[in-house]
Design a protein around this ligand. Structure first.
Ligand code: LLP
Length: 435
């Protein structure tokens, strides 16, 4: 997040150099996975989300390899909330990932691309009775229980259905992940999980309840974590909990380690995967449990960008670059003061003289601002820019505010582009409304 990064802002060349999927070609301009972004904008219009299947696959395989190098019995459950497009869910399913979901909508999306119910983990502080029933009916693999009240609710539903609900208790490890306040989840003050002190009694209660099969412990301490330190602390507490539960005669088969693996939004490295895997091995590798991981951002964040066109440059005492993309597409800067790299697509502009500019959208709110005082070249109307690292928590958080139709999205596969979401027509905005 912007507030966690203290280094100087990287220049355009540094942004490019730290992102292997991007290249600047003398004639074609900025390319993503070898495809010129100008060609994508010409064909599909802007604003358009551009995703690289090769980048997603490479990131999944790098994480898999890091876990395998430490001989960890870990299964990757892609966190659907980061990007729930069916084409992307299908890609991770084919690579062997399960899914981590927080609503029945996400559950059904994962099922739609062929993820088995048993391969899905369901977290969240407020699962409704209807959601729990639907997930149980489709053979959910694991429900991460976030309170004593929820445990009783699941027991009642499962017993009535005559099934056994596989549950993990989500422990709140009370560890500060050191990220933005709005995305930290593992502190005692947060709404997530169950206090460690309450877990042993609740686990025993779970084992005695009808319709409940306790499988283990889950935790998730936050998102965009760049250091292994909070993980080491939280996982040590989880390991101690597994020991305590076993000492009281309970069986613990699963430890769900959550997600949160951070990426470099500037030109800093993301979380070091080898160091992360070594941390996992040291803390929990010897427990003899099935490990689960729930990464979202790490897998898809750098594998996507938002391609936009400049509508005009407005000059007051400042320079405003007004784009055709806005906060309704990409909320992260307005919501978290998140920093995203912005690169001009045109090769001549890329090397042009720079001056500070506020990069904004057309929405009637001052929060509709992607960057303040950013060093950028002259960006005449019609030129294009790429907003980087927006594959995670981009399109999924977008809205139709100001009656702005949903942007298109395109997937690059082996150097070919494929439209995976058509641009919404204005009349589709009100197609479901009743006058
Ligand atoms: N598991 C659980 C239980 C979660 O709550 C989350 C994210 C994840 C896994 C995946 O976390 P990741 O690996 O993607 O960090 N909208 C915010 C991020 C919110 C994350 C919420 N929970 C953003 O744009 O930064």
């Amino acid at each position: 997040m912007a507030d966690a990064f203290t280094g100087p802002e990287p220049d355009l060349a540094a942004l490019l150099a730290s992102r292997p999927a991007l290249s600047m070609q003398a004639r074609e301009g900025l390319c993503f996975e070898s495809v010129p972004l100008n060609a994508i904008a010409d064909q599909y219009g802007t604003p358009v989300w551009v995703y690289g299947a090769g980048s997603m696959e490479a990131r999944y395989k790098a994480l898999r390899a890091a876990l395998d190098a430490e001989n960890l019995p870990a299964h990757i459950h892609y966190a659907v909330k980061a990007n729930d497009h069916l084409a992307i869910l299908g890609l991770f399913h084919r690579l062997g990932a399960g899914a981590d979901v927080v609503s029945i909508g996400e559950f059904l999306r994962a099922r739609r691309v062929g993820v088995a119910g048993a391969e899905i983990v369901y977290s969240g502080v407020g699962k409704s009775a209807a959601e729990i029933e639907a997930a149980l009916a489709q053979g959910i693999g694991q429900i991460n229980v976030e309170s004593a009240e929820e445990l009783e609710m699941i027991s009642g539903i499962a017993a009535r259905m005559g099934v056994s609900a596989p549950v993990a208790l989500r422990m709140n490890p009370d560890v500060d992940a050191g990220t933005h306040a709005k995305i930290t989840t593992g502190l005692a003050e947060n709404k997530f999980g169950i206090a460690a002190a309450e877990i042993p009694a609740l686990y025993a209660r779970a084992a005695s309840l009808p319709g409940i099969k306790p499988r283990g412990i889950a935790l998730h301490i936050g998102s965009q974590i760049l250091s292994t330190t909070p993980y080491a602390e939280a996982y040590a507490r989880a390991a101690a909990m597994v020991g305590a539960l076993r000492a009281q005669g309970q069986s613990v088969e699963v430890l769900d380690l959550g997600g949160g693996l951070g990426i470099g939004y500037h030109d800093e490295p993301g979380l070091n995967l080898a160091a992360f895997a070594a941390t996992v091995r040291r803390a929990v590798g010897g427990l003899g449990v099935q490990l689960l991981l729930e990464p979202g951002r790490y897998l898809v964040g750098p594998a996507g960008l938002l391609l936009a066109s400049v509508i005009l440059q407005k000059r007051t005492e400042k320079r405003f670059v007004v784009l055709d993309a806005a906060m309704n597409e990409l909320m992260r800067p307005a919501l978290y003061e998140a920093w995203h790299g912005i690169l001009p697509v045109d090769p001549a502009l890329f090397h042009g003289a720079q001056s500070p500019a506020d990069v904004v959208g057309p929405i009637c709110e001052s929060a509709d601002c992607f960057a303040e005082g950013r060093a950028l070249p002259d960006l005449p109307p019609g030129t294009r820019v790429a907003l980087l690292d927006t594959g995670a928590y981009g399109a999924v958080m977008s809205s139709a505010y100001n009656a702005r139709p949903r942007a298109a999205s395109v997937l690059i596969e082996h150097g070919q582009t494929r439209l995976i979401t058509p641009r919404q027509a204005p009349q589709d905005l009100w197609a479901d409304e009743i006058v």
